[in-house]
Design a protein around this ligand. Sequence first.
Ligand code: MGD
Ligand code: MGD
Ligand code: SF4
Ligand code: MO
Length: 684
Amino acid sequence: MTEMSRNFSPVNTFCRMCDNHCAITVHRDVSGQISDIESYPDHPWNQGRICSKAGGAVEIVNHPDRLMRPLKKVGSGWKEIDLEQALDEIADRVGDLQSNYGPETMSVWKGEATSFNQQEDLAKRFCRALGTPNYLSVDSLCFCTREIGWSLVYGCWPKPDFRNSRCMILWGANPPAAHPPLTRQILKGRERGATLVVIDPRLSTIARQADIHVKPKPGTDGALAWGLAHQLIANDWYDKDFVKNYTVGFDKVAVYAKDFTPEAVEAQTGVPAQTVIKVAALMHQAGSRVAQYTGNGVEHYENGVNNTRAIAYLDALCGSFDMEGGSLQADGLGQQSLALYEEIPLQQLKRVDGEKFPVLHDFRQECNTMTALDAILTGDPYSLRGMIMTAANPVMTNPNSEKVRKALSALDLFVVRELFMTETAQLADYILPAATFLERTELYTYAAIQSVSMSTRVQSIPGVQDEYQFWHDIAHRMDFGEHFPWEDESVLNEWLLQSTDVDFKDLQNTSKAVQYQAIKHKKWQHRPLTTPSGKVEFASSYLVANGYEEVGEYKAPYYIRSPKPEYPFSLITGARNHLSYHSSYRGVGRFRAEVPGPQVEMHPDDADGSGITDGETVKLSSAIGSIEIPVKIVSRQEIIPGVLQATHGWKEANINVLTHDDILDPIDGFPVQKGVAVKVERIR
Ligand SMILES: Nc1nc2c(c(=O)[nH]1)N[C@H]1C(S)=C(S)[C@@H](COP(=O)(O)OP(=O)(O)OC[C@H]3O[C@@H](n4cnc5c(=O)[nH]c(N)nc54)[C@H](O)[C@@H]3O)O[C@H]1N2
Ligand SMILES: Nc1nc2c(c(=O)[nH]1)N[C@H]1C(S)=C(S)[C@@H](COP(=O)(O)OP(=O)(O)OC[C@H]3O[C@@H](n4cnc5c(=O)[nH]c(N)nc54)[C@H](O)[C@@H]3O)O[C@H]1N2
Ligand code: SF4
Ligand SMILES: [Mo]
């Protein structure tokens, strides 16, 4: 960093290279171009630390391939057009489609790259105002299973208090790659003497630090959780007062857990019976200071919701729910609602996923993307003909890529808002250049510390719109401008905070946080939970009413339930790597230099068995499709034999060509993107 570049108005704001929203300071050079990113010292979430992804934003905002002008598909090529013309044409075509085929023929799809919360609610607002129930998003394969699983039990998704914990349990999560600020909390917990248990079929970065690394077969976490419940109950190690006074359905859980003896768990999961006994004893010794966290590794299986429920029960059994050192029932900011759920309920309109996933809809007010893509191709329950997509690249990230490509190509109108020309954008009729996070201002809430911050717009590029401006401009071209009355994002932010005690001015032009509510525990003593019974629900009458199991019963994943000899391996996909991010950031030179290309990790015994050598390109196939991909033979401890791993998002070897959009969790519709039954064939 030169002295010169430091002279030009550094801006304090937040990083959104991932969903952690770390506080940063952005520097600009003499010409005003963004030139460097540093950590900002004084924010309670990242505490003056940032990871090496943050600096990549400099390359992204200034990238020569960045889209700066709207593109319209003409024949098989692209024509640059003016923004005003593009917006006029899009608004006209949306209007025509809706007049011809009904309002529900349109859909909106929001991806991961603009975070959740505010941008999501804006997109939902647009959808409602447009009059269609077909809001689609990456959520239906990102975190809904975790949120729904925990919320079915507690009415919320509790946040682990690792710093004050005595026993920290990570299920299918690798925070050093995925959530660096969480890693620091885990390390703090360790420093203070907590035991770290990591449950993962692979030796992930965090597993290397674990006191106990438990390696279940993919998709069998539910059996393990039931095994731990069995131990806690059979040994009388559960919190009887809490269970008696604040829960419903314990008897049913006690009966169901009976079969999950340590030996039965070993048979299902491959985890030695002694390990199950040891982990349960550690939980017991930690009293109510057991902090659990579930990651993506429990999802992407067709049994994810019930497996998550089984894991969630353990908090209640340990008496650690909303306890210091256990988990926090975090209070929300209470900002104004943007999503128009009540104002425009749209109950008269049939959703494109019909009645298939009522639970997903009740909790998230959105439709399942896999089912929506099917509807485009089949016209069942009706034909979905239009889509506006932002911040997503589902050709690379949704399961069954070839079908995704086919479905999106079949749309009459497909509009994509993007930074770059992606595999998905290529299928669009219009591509609109989108603002990056450094060209927006938005609120970021940090639920675990009950705090809020607001990012600052560092620069604006003429013709490159932020999310709000785009929704606003289309709404005003159609007949629902009244739902987008705010002049710009900043005015919107001020409005959002009006229902809170937080002063907009306190958040302006700073990377500081304001705590909107002091942290308090044991709120269940005086406030009912938001579950139907107001208590912790071991058993769910709501699920029974929707046709599902009362307790979180364990079902083995499909590759175990109905094994096919021709597909002998179980493939995990998507384990995060520090410098790769789904399909994004592949164009960042400094990341590309450090991240190896696509590869499939394999145990040495599996490689020996087939004569495969390290680095050799093989053909990897599932019942859905095949790709060619180089093999990385890892060391013996790094993965369990019979299990493979490949990270998603590489166009050179797109692993989602293999994953299942046809085997879905019956409760929320999550697809099988992990534990995929595959075979490996040598090419040469
Ligand atoms: N650098 C980087 N950071 C990211 C992302 C990224 O792409 N790159 N993506 C962000 C997003 S959107 C998300 S959702 C989060 C995800 O964050 P995490 O949930 O922490 O995801 P991973 O780091 O992939 O860790 C998942 C772990 O689960 C393990 N696993 C796989 N199958 C199973 C199983 O059946 N049982 C168990 N117990 N473990 C299993 C995998 O081996 C892997 O180590 O990361 C976020 N952060
Ligand atoms: N096989 C397998 N597949 C997976 C996973 C897995 O573990 N295994 N994980 C799944 C998970 S958890 C997730 S969250 C999804 C993510 O799936 P997606 O939501 O499709 O995420 P990305 O691939 O990162 O695509 C985001 C796109 O947004 C663009 N973009 C970046 N910043 C902005 C912005 O500010 N505005 C706009 N408008 N666009 C922007 C980027 O250029 C990029 O093309 O992948 C899922 N897919
Ligand atoms: S963890 Fe890294 S990439 Fe994510 S917000 Fe923080 S600094 Fe940015
Ligand atoms: Mo995700």
